[in-house]
Design a binder for this molecule. Sequence first.
Ligand code: IMP
Length: 423
Amino acid sequence: MAVDLLLGLQWGDEGKGKIVDVLTKNYNLISRFQGGPNAGHTLIFDGHKHVLHTIPSGIFHDDALNIIGNGVVIDPVIFKKELENLDKFNLDLNAKILISRKAHLILPTHRLLDAASEASKGKAKIGSTLKGIGPTYMDKTGRNGMRVGDLELSNWEEIFDILTQKHLKMLDFFDVALEYNLAELKAEFFTAVARLKEMTFIDSEEYLHQAIKSNQTILAEGAQGSLLDVDFGTYPFVTSSNTTAAGACTGLGIAPNTIGEVYGIFKAYTTRVGSGPFPTELFDADGERMAKVGHEFGATTGRPRRCGWLDLVALKYACQVNGVTQLNMMKGDVLSGFETLKICTAYEYKGEVIEHFPYNIEPENVKPIYKEFKGWKEDITEISSEAEFPKELSEYIAFIEKETETKISIVSVGPDRKQTIVR
Ligand code: IMP
C-alpha cells in the first residue's frame, strides 16, 4: 500500500490542517515528517476551533493513529501544553500518538539561540517564529542534537546539561542582551519531559515499514510550505527543514517508491508571514481586503500575514518539485466580490520574460506579469456542489488546472469541514 502525501505549495498557512482533517477518515495512520511547533494547523469542526502545532491533524478521528516522525523537532514544553489543550476532548492521547525515538528535541536554549540570532540580524532577520527550529536542526546536522530516544537513557539529564552549557557559550558570541532564568527554564523542561515520557516512543521507520506491508493506509502531513523549503524555498528566508515531498522520505524513513498520491494544497491567492521576497504582494485595498476577509493572522504567532495575487510561476514550480498529483484549492470564498482577479503567469526577470522560478526573486529582479479574470459576486460559502459554482469561479479553476496540468480535486469554500467540495 502506498503512502499519500499532503503538502503546502506556497509559503505555509494554505489550510493543510483542514484538508488532513477531511481526509483522515480514509487513513489508518497520519504522520508528521518535518517542522515542529513553528507550524499551526487550524481545524474547525462542530463549532470548535483548534490549532495543532506538533500533533498530527488526525487526532480528532476515532480510528486514526498519529505518528510524529524522526524529521520533526519537538519542544516538550509546547507539546505538554498542546496535550493539555486537548484534555477537554477526552481522547486517549497516550494511545493515539506515537513518537519517533529519532525525533530531535528543542531545548530551552535552542529558543534563546533563535532569539539571539534573529536579534543580531537586524533588518536582515528571517522573521522566524522563534520556536528554536533553526538552532535545533543545526544541532541535528552538526551531530550534537538530543533525541527523544535519549530520554530512555539513564544519563539523559547529563546529555541535556552538556548541550545546554554549549549553547550558553554560543549565546556569548551574540552581542544581544536576553533576559532569562535558566533554572526556571530547566525546571519547566524537566516537568514537560516527565509528561513526554508517558507517551509511546517507537522506531517509526520500522513501524511504518510494517504498516505498509500490512496494507494500512498512511497519510504523511507536511508543515509550512514548499517555498519555505531549506533547499527549494526563497533562501535564506525559509525554515530549516525540507518541506517538500523528499522530506517525507527522510522524515519518516519511507522509500520513494512507496509514495502514492501527492496532494498539493494552495490558497486561491497567496500569503506570506515573516520576511522575504513575495513578487505578487499587494500593498493596496485589494491586499487589505484579502487579509480581512481571509482572517490572515498567523496561527502560531498571531502576526498579520502579507497578502497578494496567486503566483502561478511559483505554483507550477512547487507542483514540479513535489510531483503533485492532485491540487486542493483553499479559501476560494475569500475572493468573492472582487471586480477583477489577477493571476501572475510570468515574471519580467532582468529584462527578459520567464515562466520558471529563478534563483533570485527579490523585487529588484522580478516584476510579476498578470492575466486578469472577471471576478464572481456570489457568496459561495453555502454551496455544496460544483454545479453551483459561479461561471467565473469555474473559469478561474479551469485556467489553473490547464497551466499546472493538474486536477483541482477539492475546492474549499469556508473553514468548516462541511465547506469542502470534492470534484
Ligand atoms: P522558523 O521556521 O520559525 O525559523 O521561521 C522561518 C520562516 O518560516 C519565517 O518566515 C516564518 O514566518 C516561516 N514559517 C515557519 N513556520 C511557518 C508556518 O507554519 N506557516 C507559515 N510560515 C511559517
